[in-house]
Every structure is written in structure tokens, then in C-alpha cells.
Write a protein that binds this ligand. Structure first.
Ligand code: ADP
Ligand code: MG
Length: 477
């Protein structure tokens, strides 16, 4: 992985996490000019971009470089350098049909701004009620397209359904509901449909949001008395995509609002696409919403088989013009099995390590690197209490009831899952697990752990749920 490739990957992450205006203003014409022994020099075109990156984005940049390169970073220097017109810029790619909609900050960014200007004043101003675009105005990342999606046995149905929806939106399958574990391509597929429909001009507009954003937008609209604007926005699109809809569980008012949004769009033959880490049946939802989710097409994505994992690695290497033999890719694909995000992460680490050391990958070097990779992501261990809260939230049952004495099934099952996870994640003793869960006997904890372990062997659904919970252990709080 070259410096440029590392920086491109960092930029790709920022493109997703900051507003488009911010991205263009602060990351345009930036680069890495040096990366050695943990010291990084980032070149920036103006003094005020330097100040701004140092002040606002420093730790995010540092972590992104470490994560992407797989190498430690001690210090980052920001250096103002004259813009080299031939240098690659941070200008994001846009889907051709939308490039005309690009907003004004582009000019602000490319103008030679005096270095004395206070960055505070220069930040592109957005009003609080503006939606923050993830990438383009519709929330789509132009990289997520069908061309870059590798089809294998475990995602072919989802892919076919996504293509059907892309050719006949609002008609073929409405809603389209895609579910499966983390890192298996759900977001990629959702966005590919959006990008494709915009490209072919079958739709004029769409909204892609995470469930979390939808919920926040809704709650904000209630709080600020702008419910009408909220409705106008979400009910007047040709395509609405809500990612990770499982997070709507337990949020009654948001469910109510989404129920009406759904009905209006559906009646007008507007396409709705949802993703989730589990099928509608397994989400704790109002019945009427659950049944609507089942109206159209429900498809799942499962972890890719070996052959597909190799094909994915091949395609990612091709994209980056990185040459590795198929045998070595097969070794990577054998070592990293869980999901595609981890597969990409492993490949990034391998590329970075070899390129910076300037050696060619071998079986041993690859095994060496991957043996130190924690495939579920590095993280601080959560406290037992935090884990119990996360599981309770996942199954949308109140914390006090999980800890309480009732043996109702809706509580007993999440409780067993909690015990299983406490054992697996924190290696707690059975007596302590019993203690954490409201003073239960150690035999109860042992039984729960055995039961869930056995069931996991041939219950894919359960496996995905646990993956989903584990993913939250890494991302929340
Ligand atoms: P999910 O939403 O299911 O958690 P994502 O869509 O975010 O997963 O996928 C994780 C990463 O793996 C993304 O970078 C995505 O582009 C990549 N990816 C997922 N599925 C495929 C695939 N079939 N072919 C190529 N890349 C994929
Ligand atoms: Mg996703």
C-alpha cells in the first residue's frame, strides 16, 4: 500500500463521515508526503486548512491512518505545500447524473483563501435543520455500485432482487427487505440500487438514511415543531432506503411515524428498501409494521464461501492494481472467514505492511500478519453491565426485567444470550455471571452457555443475532 493509497482510503472514510461541504473544503488537495517510523507528514494547500485539520480532525485522521495501514502512528505533522496541479485531489467522485447538483463550497475551497482567515468563519455554514449529507445530496456513496459487488451463492438472491428493483422500482418488489450479519454487503446493495436508479434516471430523487438518522430526524422535528417539513421530506421521494431498520425496535413513536411514511410511499408506488441484521419476524416491532415488511420480498445475505472470498480479494486487488498470486489470496480467504469487511481490512493490512517494508508477500508473512489481527476489531472490553444493557436494547426488553425474576420466554432467551456473551467476551466465571444477572445460580449460567453454544452450531439466525450484538459491543459507547 503506497502513501497515496493509504491517504485515498482515509479520504474515502472522511467522505462518508463528514458533510460534503466540509470534505471539499478541508480535504481538497491534501496528501501524505512521508510515513516512516510512526511519523506522518500530511500536506495541505493552505495554512487555514492546516489549522483546521489539526484542531478538528487530528485524532480522527490519526486513527484512520492506523486502522487502514495497520501501523502505529506517533506523530502527525501538517505541512503547507503549494498545490501541485498534477497531484490527485480530494475531490469526491460523483454519480454523473448528480454532478450538476454540486454545491457552492467547491468554489470556496479552490479559491486561494488568505491564510489569516479564521477557520471558524470559514467553515461552510449549514443551518441546524439541514440534513447532513453522508456523501452526495441523497446520502449515497458513489463507490457502492453493482459493478464492484461480487456475486456468490450466499448473496445471489439478494443481488438478483436488488437488480430487479433497479429495473422496475416500485413495481417488482415493494418493499425489498435485505437482512444478514454485519459486513456482508447490505449497505453496499442498498446504495447500489439508489446509485443505479439515479444513473438510469428511473428516479429523480431518493433518500438513504440509517435508522438512527431517521429516528433522530423525526425526534428533532417533533422537538422543534417542524413535523411538517419532516413529512414533506420523507414522503416525497421516489425511493426511500433505511439501513439497519432493526434499531427501530422499542421506539414506538418512530415506528408510528414510519408506518405512515411507509403507507404513503407504498400507495404511490414509490420504492422502499430496508436492511436489517435479522428478518422482520425477529425484530421487536408493532405487528402492522412487521406485516408490511413482509409484503414485498425478503432476502438474506450470508457469509461468503471460500470461492467468493477469493473472488472478492481478487477484485479488490485489481481495483488497486496490487499483484498477489491466487494461492496467497486463497490463504487470506481461508484465514478470514467471518465477513467481507474483515476480509477487506485484512487485505489492507497485508498491502500496507508489505509495501512499507518493500517486500513481496509470502505465505509465512501473510500468516504472521493475520495471526496478530484481531478479526472482530480491536476494542476496549465492555463492562458486564454495559453488555447486559446492549443485549437488553438489542432485544428491546427493559433492563430491569432481564435482571428480574420472571421466566417469560421473551425475557428468558435474551437473558441466556447475555450469559453466553458474558462468558465468551469477558471469560467471567459462572457464579459471577449469575451474580451479574440479578443473583442467579451458577448452574443457570452454565446451562445457558451450553444451550446457546449447542444451538449456535446449526442455527444461522441465532449466529447472526449474536454477530449483531457483538458488533454493537465494538461500536457503542
Ligand atoms: P453491511 O451493511 O452488511 O454491514 P457493507 O455493505 O457495509 O456490509 O459491506 C462491508 C464492506 O464489504 C464494504 O466495503 C463493501 O463494499 C464490501 N462488500 C460487501 N459485500 C461485497 C461483495 N459482494 N463484493 C464486494 N465487496 C463487498
Ligand atoms: Mg450496513
Amino acid at each position: 500500500m503506497t502513501h497515496q493509497q493509504i491517504w485515498d482510503a482515509v479520504l474515502a472514510e472522511f467522505e462518508l463521515s463528514v458533510s460534503r461541504a466540509n470534505f471539499i473544503t478541508w480535504f481538497h488537495n491534501t496528501g501524505i508526503s512521508h510515513f516512516e517510523k510512526g511519523n506522518v507528514i500530511i500536506t495541505v494547500p493552505t495554512a487555514f486548512a492546516k489549522t483546521w485539520l489539526e484542531k478538528k480532525y487530528h485524532s480522527q485522521i490519526l486513527h484512520a491512518i492506523e486502522r487502514i495501514s495497520g501501523l502505529g502512528v506517533q506523530k502527525i505533522y501538517y505541512k503547507v505545500e503549494q498545490i501541485n496541479p498534477a497531484a490527485r485531489s480530494a475531490q469526491p467522485q460523483t454519480v454523473p447524473t448528480q454532478s450538476s447538483g454540486a454545491t457552492t463550497p467547491v468554489q470556496a475551497a479552490s479559491a486561494q483563501t488568505p491564510a489569516t482567515v479564521n477557520p471558524q468563519q470559514q467553515q461552510p455554514v449549514r443551518s441546524a435543520s439541514d440534513p447532513i449529507p453522508t456523501v452526495n445530496e441523497f446520502g449515497l456513496n458513489p463507490r457502492y455500485v453493482f459493478e464492484s459487488f461480487i456475486v456468490g451463492k450466499t448473496n445471489e438472491l439478494a443481488h438478483a432482487a436488488a437488480q430487479a428493483v433497479s429495473s422496475r422500482p416500485g413495481v417488482a418488489y415493494n418493499p425489498l427487505f435485505i437482512y444478514g450479519g454485519v459486513g456482508l454487503g447490505k449497505t453496499h446493495l442498498l446504495q447500489a440500487i439508489g446509485n443505479e436508479l439515479l444513473r438510469t434516471q428511473k428516479i429523480k430523487n431518493c433518500i438513504y438514511v440509517t435508522c438512527e438518522k431517521f429516528t433522530n430526524d423525526f425526534l428533532n422535528s417533533v422537538r422543534t415543531g417542524s413535523a411538517k417539513e419532516f413529512k414533506n421530506r420523507y414522503r416525497n421521494v421516489d425511493l426511500l432506503m433505511i439501513d439497519d431498520i432493526q434499531f427501530i425496535a422499542g421506539k414506538e413513536r418512530t415506528q408510528e411515524e414510519f408506518f405512515h411514511t411507509f403507507n404513503e410511499l407504498h400507495q404511490a408506488n414509490k420504492q422502499i428498501i430496508l436492511s436489517s441484521d435479522r428478518p422482520p419476524k425477529a425484530i421487536s416491532l408493532e405487528e402492522r409494521l412487521k406485516s408490511r415488511f413482509e409484503w414485498g420480498m425478503i432476502v438474506d445475505v450470508a457469509p461468503p464461501d471460500l470461492e467468493t472470498r477469493i473472488a472478492i480479494l481478487e477484485s479488490k486487488c485489481n481495483d488497486r492494481q496490487y499483484r498477489v498470486s491466487k494461492e496467497l489470496l486463497a490463504i487470506i480467504a481461508t484465514l478470514v472467514q467471518n465477513n467481507i469487511r474483515e476480509l477487506e481490512g485484512a487485505l489492507n493490512k497485508i498491502m500496507a505492511w508489505h509495501e512499507l517494508k518493500n517486500i513481496t508477500p509470502t505465505e509465512d508473512s501473510i500468516r504472521g500478519i493475520l495471526s496478530t489481527v484481531e478479526t472482530t476489531g480491536t476494542r476496549q472490553p465492555k463492562s458486564a453491565k454495559a453488555i447486559i444493557e446492549i443485549v437488553a436494547d438489542f432485544y428491546a426488553v427493559p433492563l430491569n426485567e432481564i435482571l428480574g425474576s420472571s421466566r417469560e420466554k421473551r425475557l428468558a432467551f435474551p437473558r441466556q444470550i447475555t450469559m453466553y456473551i458474558l462468558r465468551e467476551e469477558l471469560k467471567l466465571s459462572y457464579p459471577s455471571i449469575g451474580e451479574e444477572l440479578g443473583g442467579r445460580d451458577h448452574t443457570t449460567a452454565m446451562h445457558a452457555h451450553n444451550k446457546i453454544s449447542t444451538e449456535l452450531k446449526n442455527n444461522l439466525q441465532l449466529k447472526q443475532e449474536i454477530e449483531g450484538i457483538k458488533a454493537r459491543l465494538t461500536t457503542e459507547g
